[in-house]
Unconditional design. Structure first.
Length: 300
């Protein structure tokens, strides 16, 4: 059974705030969100809500009231599916497991097997459904961290990073400067080499979420076929209104393939797509019309 991977424990570079005291407060917010998300979806905890749901659904239909955090993450996952017309789907857990183990592909059952009453937090899930909420949990955590900080410390900028996604909050000028600051933590920074001016342009357009996704391999499947997505892109970068939407469009772009640049632009997001042409060592880079510093043309 495929199980989600929760956001990593907050490091010194998970959040960036404009002053040391705010940095410490931001870190506390990030730690709080991390604990909430881990309790909801952590695969290493046999008592996490999602672990229990997936185990119960192996044998019977599930009808249960879930916790507020899991309910919000599920709602975000369903919204991502609708935004992408099913190119990303939270019910791909079993398909992803089969792809990673080299087993015959099996299409995802689809969100028709889920029924979420968000106000009541009541989830109905059909037997045999395996949820994979790893990526959407990352994006939701980044958005929530940014939102809590902005509500608690209005007028101050913040950059919150979880996994491959980033969310910004606060005044555009300050947020742009923070987002353009190179990361100092271990591993690659999730944001591309964008300067403060480019970030200011994205923020002015209402894009406060960013996702940077390398070629996913067998970790991302096409929900329709259940097979691993064969993406032509080595890296996809998408900016959208929030981290959940940015990640949804970036993942969908890998599934969609060559038509992704035009599709992302039509969705109201901006993106940069890098890849190698088949049989060639030459790399290509396509950008949507509103991408900062765009010099080429996006495929329609």
């Amino acid at each position: 059974m495929s199980t989600p991977i929760p956001p990593g424990a907050p490091s010194r570079d998970t959040v960036r705030a404009p002053a040391p005291d705010l940095q410490e407060e931001a870190r506390r917010v990030a730690e709080r969100v991390h604990r909430e998300v881990s309790a909801a979806v952590a695969p290493e905890r046999i008592d996490s809500e999602l672990s229990l749901l997936n185990r119960f659904a192996e044998h019977e239909d599930v009808d249960v009231v879930v916790g507020p955090v899991l309910a919000q993450i599920l709602a975000a996952a369903l919204r991502a599916t609708r935004l992408t017309s099913g190119l990303v789907d939270p019910t791909t857990g079993d398909a992803a497991w089969r792809a990673q183990d080299g087993l015959p592909a099996r299409p995802a059952p689809g969100i028709a097997h889920l029924d979420l009453d968000l106000p009541a937090r009541r989830l109905r899930m059909r037997r045999g459904t395996v949820l994979d909420l790893a990526e959407v949990a990352d994006a939701w955590a980044a958005d929530r961290t940014a939102r809590i900080f902005e509500e608690t410390f209005p007028g101050h900028g913040l950059v919150a990073r979880t996994g491959a996604v980033l969310a910004v909050a606060g005044p555009p000028a300050e947020a742009a400067a923070l987002a353009a600051t190179p990361g100092t933590g271990p591993g690659p920074a999730p944001d591309p080499a964008l300067g403060a001016a480019a970030w200011a342009g994205l923020l002015a357009a209402g894009h406060r979420g960013l996702a940077v996704l390398p070629r996913p391999g067998s970790a991302l499947v096409n929900p329709v076929t259940g097979a691993a997505a064969e993406s032509p892109w080595d890296r996809v970068v998408v900016a959208a209104r929030n981290a959940v939407e940015a990640q949804a469009y970036a993942r969908a772009a890998h599934v969609l393939g060559g038509d992704a640049p035009g599709w992302v632009a039509a969705c109201g997001a901006e993106g940069e797509f890098a890849g190698s042409r088949p049989g060639s060592t030459l790399r290509r880079r396509l950008r949507t019309p509103g991408w900062p510093g765009r010099t080429g043309h996006a495929a329609a």
